[in-house]
Structure formats: structure tokens, C-alpha cells
Design a protein around this ligand. Sequence first.
Ligand code: ATP
Length: 197
Amino acid sequence: MLRIGLTGGIGSGKTTVAKVFETLGIPVYYADIAGKRLMNEDEELKEAVIKNFGSESYTDGKLNSAYIASVVFTDKEKLELLNSLVHPATIRDAQVWMGLQTAPYAIKEAALIFESGSGAELDFIIGVYAPQALRIKRTMERDKISREEVIKRMHNQVDEELKMKLCDFVIYNDEQQLVIAQVLELHERFLKEAQQR
Ligand code: ATP
């Protein structure tokens, strides 16, 4: 089975594109959602979070997301530290999940594929590209937050143009090109590739 990564910056449309693949019957692993689940379920990860971020990180055994968010949104080093704890657990979990899939290919959707070093386990990586102004507008509308807040979050990610250069394929979600047509083209390609292997 082929293992495909799907990445892109905040508000680029990764999740939107992933949902289109899902309608074609392709299973998708959402790394962000999985990371949050693992922070509640993986005892080793929980211990590491408490050790580094304090006992306030959990209330009655449940992750105190508001507290963690308040710490990492304003401190880049703390965000990197949290990622360095969560990413290895998510990479392991995604590998197990991939091994259980029976479709011709499966997708891992993650904002930080290159940054977390998880690209090595993937056969191909798709980048979802949208111009920065559009990504800011979409994220402001989706999350009901200010322009400044979006820009602050974006500073923690690798430059978008550079990221797209590292991808094997790019889907342009820029309101200029049809997204579904681009997904269908890649779908056909991956099905062929999976059959040949
Ligand atoms: P994040 O990394 O922040 O989770 P993302 O890359 O997964 O973001 P999405 O949540 O898919 O991005 O998209 C951001 C917002 O833009 C959503 O509200 C989504 O509905 C909207 N959006 C994405 N693509 C399009 C599109 N082609 N047309 C209209 N709205 C779109």
C-alpha cells in the first residue's frame, strides 16, 4: 500500500482536500487530532508533558488544552518542545494505523511533515498551496480570530514556498484552479502506482 503525506500551511486547505480524498474511499489519518488524542491516552507521553509543562497540564487526568495553548502560542521554544514530545508518538501511531489499512493508498494529513521528520516513512508528499493573504482570510473566518493572531501562529511554520518545493505534488487551492479535478488526477495516479507495486 502507498503511504501519502498531505501537508501545507495554516489555512491552506489540507483538511478540505483530505475530505475530498475521503469521499473517494481513501482513509485519512489526521495527525493534529491524533496528537491531541494521544496526549490524553498515551501514558508515556502524558508523563513527559507533565514533566515539562507542569501538573496544570492535566485536570482530573484530562488534557488542559487551554493551559497548554496559552503556554505554546506565545513561546516558540515551548511549542518546539511540545512538538518534540508529541511528534514521535504520533509518527508511531500513524505507522500502526497505516499498517491496518487495506485501501490501495492511505493519507497522513499533517501541518508539520518535514519539520517533524515523518516524511521518511511516506512514499509521496502532496502540498496544498494557497497564497498567504487567502490563508490568513480563511483562518480568521474559520477560527474567529484576529489577523495578528493568525500571523503569530504562521511564524512557527517553515516558509510556505520552500515547503511546496519539497513536495512531490502540489494542489493549488487558490480560487484559480479547481481543487476536485486536481484531487482526481492524483487519485488516478496513486491507484496506478499502487497497482504497479
Ligand atoms: P489548519 O492547518 O489551520 O488546520 P487547513 O490547512 O486544514 O488549516 P482548512 O481547515 O481545510 O485548512 O481550510 C481553512 C478554511 O478555509 C476552512 O474554513 C475551509 O472551509 C476554507 N476553505 C479551504 N479551501 C477552500 C476553498 N477552496 N473554497 C472555500 N473555502 C475553503
